[in-house]
Ligand binder design. Structure first.
Ligand code: NCD
Length: 317
């Protein structure tokens, strides 16, 4: 098994073989999760703490379920918006938690880089459940597993990532992962939602859906992240839907068997047509949620195998 990481902080530091290791194990869990009885308790005796400084529905539920399926003791800490502070406060929280001896710490935080900072201060395995606009590694992994199961491979595919790329950690993690696995990546968005420097990421950039979607295998839609916008990036949501919202007519430019993805939560009628999102012949949005549990089980199992058993918990390395 080639997974040597102590933490899962992003896709960027991973070797393609490490990505494959997670996906292979997750594939097994995805099949197993469909069976009525699950008996793998590889995290029995371990404590998993979920620390979410930002709202989440599917990511938190999925991490909680993944830990419980594998027999971990799981605790969710409800971090109120009022407790979000930078610097010392975050580190202090981390040290307090560390003293309670968790083995796996799952963290979501609104500031890019906050999870990496935290990982330096604790001696358990840290999983990034999304930090600001930086990375959301388990989302990219579950997207990759969904694509691999749908398309039978995860290389030499043409993938369009459409919408609010500027504010999206999902886009960043997916660009790293799909690039490492040698796929063609196209970004489609109004110029105001394309981050500066995107042209140097080894991707093609478009501001027209018909052109950008031509012949692609996979269409990934992103939510308009209004909470991360501090100015007007689009004229109006109506205008945005008209030009960049995915509907059947725009999807017709992609390959006939192209799949439609969305990390959720969706703004129906803003970035995607509701009927298309529910079309089980094209949309794999529910499969993405299903793969989320399997990928998180696999990631936590691989990190747990790398935990240093000879070091007393709560003592900094
Ligand atoms: C994403 C997130 O929080 O980064 N959602 C998720 O984890 N499924 C995307 C989003 O919020 O738009």
């Amino acid at each position: 098994m080639t997974f040597r990481q102590k933490h899962l902080l992003g896709i960027e530091p991973l070797h393609p073989d490490e990505i494959r290791s997670i996906l292979d194990l997750a594939d097994k869990y995805a099949d197993q999760n469909r069976l009525p009885v699950q008996n793998e308790k590889v995290l029995a005796g371990l404590t998993q703490v979920n620390m979410f400084f930002e709202n989440s529905t599917r990511t938190l539920a999925s991490f909680e379920l993944a830990g419980k399926r594998l027999g971990a003791t799981v605790m969710n800490m409800a971090m109120q918006a009022s407790s979000i502070k930078k610097g010392e406060t975050l580190v202090d929280t981390a040290l307090t938690l560390n003293a309670m001896h968790p083995d796996l710490l799952v963290v979501r935080h609104p500031h890019s880089g906050a999870v990496n900072l935290l990982a330096e201060k604790v001696n358990c395995a840290v999983l990034n459940a999304g930090d600001g606009r930086h990375e959301h590694p388990t989302q990219a992994l579950l997207d990759a597993l969904t694509i691999r199961r749908e398309k039978g491979r995860l290389h030499r595919l043409s993938v369009a990532i459409c919408g609010d790329i500027a504010h999206s950690r999902v886009a960043r993690s997916n660009i790293h992962l799909l690039g490492k696995m040698e796929n063609r990546i196209r970004l489609i968005a109004p110029p105001t939602l394309i981050p500066a420097g995107a042209a140097n990421w080894g991707v093609e950039v478009f501001d027209d859906m018909a052109e950008g979607l031509k012949g692609v295998d996979v269409v990934m839609m992103l939510r308009l992240q209004k909470e991360r916008m501090d100015g007007a990036f689009i004229p109006s949501t109506r205008e945005y839907y008209h030009r960049f919202g995915l509907d059947a007519a725009k999807l017709a430019h992609a390959k006939d068997d192209a799949i439609v993805m969305h990390p959720g939560p969706m703004n129906r009628g803003v970035e995607i047509d509701g009927t298309l999102a529910d079309d089980i012949h094209r949309s794999v949005i529910q499969e993405q949620v299903e793969m989320g549990v399997a990928v998180r089980m696999a990631a936590m199992e691989l990190l747990a195998r790398n935990l240093q058993v000879d070091q007393p918990k709560g003592v900094m390395a």
